[in-house]
Design a binder for this molecule. Structure first.
Ligand code: NAD
Ligand code: TYD
Length: 360
């Protein structure tokens, strides 16, 4: 069996669902259920004996050691993290705790467990660390995309904490020989995406008749990947990745935030039209994110060359599926938008003065 951390979050829950749809290998899912963790994401596998959920913290070394001793997994797939850049700006401490200290605790527990395995199991064991392209910092408009050799230059507390965790993982391979793998992926979108991130926030605000907040001039570029393509990449790296290597994962879909938001408005105009006018009229420019990275882009040729992975979805097919999913999962959205969610929205947007024109 495998242990997945953070399997109640956005990407982790998609990973667990896809894993069990393709394999009978059981999954132990360790998740602390922070604001971002949601057991509703896993409702379709309620009662499935191949999935065992454990509510717990990756920083709890005794718990992790116990899970490893009981379940004797062949791999750990590590998604658990604090993941929202804006939250890291308002409160970085939790990012240091979970992303750095938590990854360290997990590595220590994995090392102790792995050292005690028989030779064959030691050879086969994998620690797969799921990371982000944000560790590479920001690109200029004409720079080539990030490769696995691009130097790290993280700019937010979030990306700095993920960079630190990547370095720890690297060092555990180099120093102790722990069979690690790291993936650095671009921005994901799709089902179960927590609605404080750009794409689900815009879908939800649009339908509620609220402003669609665009930070700064909206010309920041992100490379978008449909979440199930990311999950397929993680499965491929786990199965065939070369130990100690890192793999960049991306969709070759660079878009400005403004392009993403206007595309969402147009799809909503088609699938769920307003009584009059377009959702585009709700677009509002607000004060920029401090230290906002201008452009991310991923060169995903290594994973394609070595492992044959390629995204199945184009941006157009993936974004349409995503809008359709949110339109047919209103109850999921309502349940997520609890008191805590509203407090965050107040905190993040209250101080941002609305600007009606695109700032020059
Ligand atoms: P998420 O915030 O939706 O989910 C994180 C999950 O981790 C939640 O279920 C949460 O409860 C759990 N968690 C947090 N702290 C924990 C702790 N101390 N112990 C145990 N569980 C804990 O995040 P996501 O978007 O699904 O991202 C998953 C991973 O992928 C992260 O490591 C993130 O850095 C990485 N990543 C995300 C993206 C993206 O676009 N979302 C892109 C590239 C990489
Ligand atoms: P986000 O979904 O927070 O992901 P990340 O910061 O990890 O890339 O944001 C995606 C982009 O959208 C990023 O450039 C910030 C921008 N953004 C807005 O313009 N308005 C918003 O309300 C939010 C949440 C994000």
């Amino acid at each position: 069996m495998i242990i997945v951390t953070g399997g109640a979050g956005f990407i982790g829950s998609n990973f667990v669902l896809d894993w069990l749809a393709q394999s009978d290998e059981p999954v132990v899912n360790l998740d602390r259920l922070t604001y971002a963790g949601n057991l509703d994401n896993l409702r379709s596998i309620d009662g499935d004996e191949r999935h065992r959920f454990v509510k717990g913290d990756i920083c709890d070394s005794a718990l992790v050691a116990e899970l490893l001793a009981i379940y004797r997994p062949r791999a750990i797939v590590h998604f658990a993290a604090e993941s929202h850049v804006d939250r890291s700006i308002h409160g970085p401490e939790e990012f240091i705790r979970t992303n750095i200290n938590g990854t360290f605790s997990l590595l220590e527990a994995a090392r102790a467990y792995w050292s005690g395995l028989q030779e064959e199991a030691r050879q086969g064991f994998r620690f797969l660390h799921v990371s982000t392209d944000e560790v590479y910092g920001t690109l200029g408009a004409d720079d080539p995309p990030f490769t696995e050799a691009t130097p790290y230059a993280p700019n937010s507390p979030y990306s700095a904490s993920k960079a630190a965790s990547d370095h720890l993982v690297r060092s555990y391979h180099h120093t102790y020989g722990l069979p690690t793998l790291t993936t650095n992926c671009s921005n994901n979108y799709g089902p179960y995406h927590f609605p404080e991130k750009l794409i689900p926030l815009v879908i939800s605000n649009a339908r509620a008749g609220k402003p669609l907040p665009i930070y700064g001039d909206g010309r920041q570029v992100r490379d978008w990947l449909y979440v199930r393509d990311h999950c397929a990449a993680v499965r491929e790296v786990l199965a065939h990745g070369r130990v100690g290597e890192t793999y960049n994962v991306g969709g070759w879909n660079e878009k400005t935030n403004l392009e993403v938001v206007t595309r969402l408005c147009d799809i909503l105009d088609e699938l769920d039209p307003k009584s009059s006018g377009s959702y585009r009229e709700q677009i509002t420019f607000v004060a920029d994110r401090p230290g906002h990275d201008r452009r991310y882009a991923i060169d995903a040729r290594k994973i394609e060359r070595e492992l044959g992975w390629k995204p199945a979805e184009s941006f157009e097919s993936g974004i349409r599926k995503t809008v359709e999913w949110y339109l047919s999962h209103q109850e999921w959205v309502r349940n997520v938008q609890s008191g805590d969610y509203l407090k965050w929205i107040d905190k993040n947007y209250a101080g941002r003065n609305t600007v009606s024109e695109v700032p020059r």
